[in-house]
Write a protein that binds this ligand. Structure first.
Ligand code: MN
Length: 137
């Protein structure tokens, strides 16, 4: 269910995301802990406008489901993709990428980490403002 502080999600807002791996303010709620039967971890992430995670990879791949607002997704060497509610992104293992809100809109997605027996995430460098604001340039 949504809550007064998170009216645009079907889930209550989670914990503040680590400043070590996120720029700006984001909130992460673990929906399904990883386990050895299904090798899958699921979380709900709320990004305030301008917030994004660092460049990173998922050794087992990841699927994002956009549920609210306008977001960004980018793979290294490719243009930023704009995400809207209902968009689904399939991220192959070890592809370097980041995701987050657009500058002027909050963004919420469900993140499904698959094949977690191979690892969940490897964090890399921050997304610079120049990279973040590269859309259309
Ligand atoms: Mn990711």
């Amino acid at each position: 269910m949504s809550t007064p502080e998170n009216p645009n999600s079907i889930f209550p807002k989670g914990d503040r995301a680590s400043a070590d791996y996120f720029t700006g303010t984001a909130w992460v709620r673990l929906l399904l802990p990883n386990d050895e039967a299904v090798h899958t971890q699921i979380g709900d992430v709320v990004f305030e406008p301008g917030a994004r995670n660092n460049w990173h990879t998922h050794p087992g791949g990841q699927i994002l489901i956009a549920t609210h607002g306008v977001g960004y997704y980018q793979e290294r060497g490719k243009p930023i993709q704009v995400l809207h509610k209902g968009d689904v992104v399939r991220i192959l293992p070890d592809v370097v990428h980041w995701h987050g809100a657009s500058p002027d809109s909050e963004f919420t997605h469900i993140a499904i980490n698959s094949n977690t027996q191979n690892g969940i995430v490897t964090w890399l460098d921050r997304v610079t403002d120049e990279e973040y604001l590269s859309l259309g340039k």
